[in-house]
Design a protein around this ligand. Structure first.
Ligand code: SF4
Length: 460
């Protein structure tokens, strides 16, 4: 096992550096003015909509009174990943979407931007709000250096436990570092947050893959508890003939190259087709437009109402010039050698299937070919069922680790879990909440032998 704490470096000459921030930060004057708009609601609906229950009116009031440091403290005490969540949270459907101003048909408070203003202030000033608790002598291993493990590790350090995160890749931060759309959050920002967590004394061992470099059984005997924060696996394959051709790539893999690979370029791509209807598909089409690809298609088998991607992201993609092809099923990735296009067929709804979901019928004679030198598969990520299911006592249902909803504990008392491997793939803020929940569960397990009900953590 590698025995060193690592700090990920930020390579130069990465493609994401050519992508602009879509939501520029607030100036001091803008932040002050926006904070004074807040009504500081009692039982604020914005707080209820936040999975980490940040006291939003309190932090906004602190900005309004010039106490930006205090605002950052309020945020980070509730959500140690408040820096990334300010940037990557879909506020339109969470806090800002619940703001009372929506009922007045006035713009909601810019909660995400105010959160960014406060947390960036704290980061720039190097303010450390937290310190490790008195040492308990207990050691916890956390598998995967994504948001769930980082949030869990920070909470465990504050409670005095030793923590070691084992990360198979050469970069920490999980999808915050390698998978978030660059127009929302860039690699160097994600690594600032990782460093913030590391300063609490969290050890991270990169290039250390459990199952390859570390034996899981040894890990379980060496540590007092283990947290599973492994996220999801590689891009799923939609099973379209020709999907292995050069120029046909997975979305998560492509985004990772854009964000992290020095010198990576999209050479000769004038048309691109992205298959999928989720938020990753929407992220990719917008990134490709930002990178100057003139013609970008979003290809989805069903209609707009069936999309799992957020409506506001779809609207933004359309405004940026993405051509959306609903009711279009991919039939084949075409091209002799390298990809030249995507052959599709128009679809319509058929009879409901056994689960009540309407089946799709292909419309005879409606085939068409979209030109594309790049085809991106954004149809989800594989689950790590084999790895997770091999842990004695850990139950896996539909690829998700089954956990106790109050403590994050799995069927094996020593193992806890949170984030995408337990929730199937949600937002960073959900991973942050679940990591914190599990840390409290682990703390109770280490102190009392079993998680107890002396804490209350709501997971939405
Ligand atoms: Fe402020 Fe809107 Fe939250 Fe009310 S709901 S406290 S106005 S941000």
């Amino acid at each position: 096992m590698t025995q060193t704490t690592t700090r990920s470096a930020v390579p130069a000459n990465r493609l994401e550096q050519h992508i602009e921030d879509f939501k520029p930060p607030l100036s001091d004057a803008q932040a002050l003015a926006e904070s004074h708009r807040c009504l500081y609601c009692y039982d604020a609906p914005c707080v209820q909509a936040c999975p980490t229950e940040i006291n939003i009116p309190e932090f906004i009031r602190r900005i309004a009174t010039g106490n930006v440091r205090g605002a950052a403290k309020t945020i980070l005490e509730a959500n140690i990943l408040g820096h990334s969540c300010a940037r990557v949270c879909p506020v339109e459907v969470l806090c800002a979407g619940s703001c009372v101003y929506n009922e007045k048909e006035e713009p909601p408070i810019m909660i995400g931007k105010l959160q960014r203003y406060a947390t960036e202030y704290a980061y720039e000033k190097g303010i450390e709000f937290f310190k490790p608790g008195p040492a308990t002598g207990k050691r916890v291993a956390l598998i995967g250096a994504g948001p769930a493990s980082l949030a869990a590790a920070a909470e465990l350090r504050i409670r005095g436990h030793e923590t070691v995160i084992l990360e198979g890749r050469s970069v920490s931060g999980g999808l915050n570092a390698t998978g978030v759309a660059p127009y929302k959050y860039k690699l160097e920002d994600a690594l600032k947050e990782v460093a913030f967590i590391q300063r609490l004394g969290v050890e991270i061992r990169e290039n250390t893959l459990v199952g390859r470099d570390v034996n899981l059984t040894d890990l379980a005997s060496e540590y007092d508890a283990v947290f599973l924060g492994v996220g999801l696996g590689p891009d799923s394959q939609p099973g379209v003939p020709g999907e292995d051709k050069p120029g046909c790539v997975g979305a998560v893999h492509l985004i990772e190259r854009i964000k992290t690979e020095p010198g990576f370029k999209l050479q000769g791509v004038t048309h691109a087709a992205v298959i999928g209807g989720g938020n990753t598909a929407l992220d990719v089409v917008r990134e490709l437009k930002q990178l100057g690809v003139p013609c970008v298609f979003l290809v989805y088998r069903r209609d707009e109402a069936s999309m799992s991607g957020y409506a506001h992201e779809l609207e933004a993609a359309r405004l940026e010039g993405v051509e959306v092809r609903f009711n279009s099923a991919p039939l084949e990735v075409v091209g002799e050698g390298h990809v030249t296009g995507l052959r599709c067929v128009a679809t319509r709804l058929g009879a409901p299937d056994a689960n009540g979901r309407q089946s799709l019928e292909q419309i005879a004679g409606s085939e068409f070919v979209l030109p594309a030198e790049l085809v991106v598969k954004a149809t989800g990520q594989e689950k790590l069922s084999a790895f997770l299911g091999a842990i004695p006592g850990v139950k896996v249902d539909k690829g998700r680790v089954v956990v106790d909803q109050a403590t994050g504990q799995t069927g094996n008392p020593k193992f806890f879990a949170g984030g995408d491997c337990a929730n199937g793939g949600k937002e960073v803020v959900n991973a942050a909440a679940e990591g914190k929940r599990a840390a409290r569960g682990i703390d109770a397990f280490l102190r009392h032998g079993a998680p107890n009900a002396d804490f209350h953590v709501t997971i939405k």
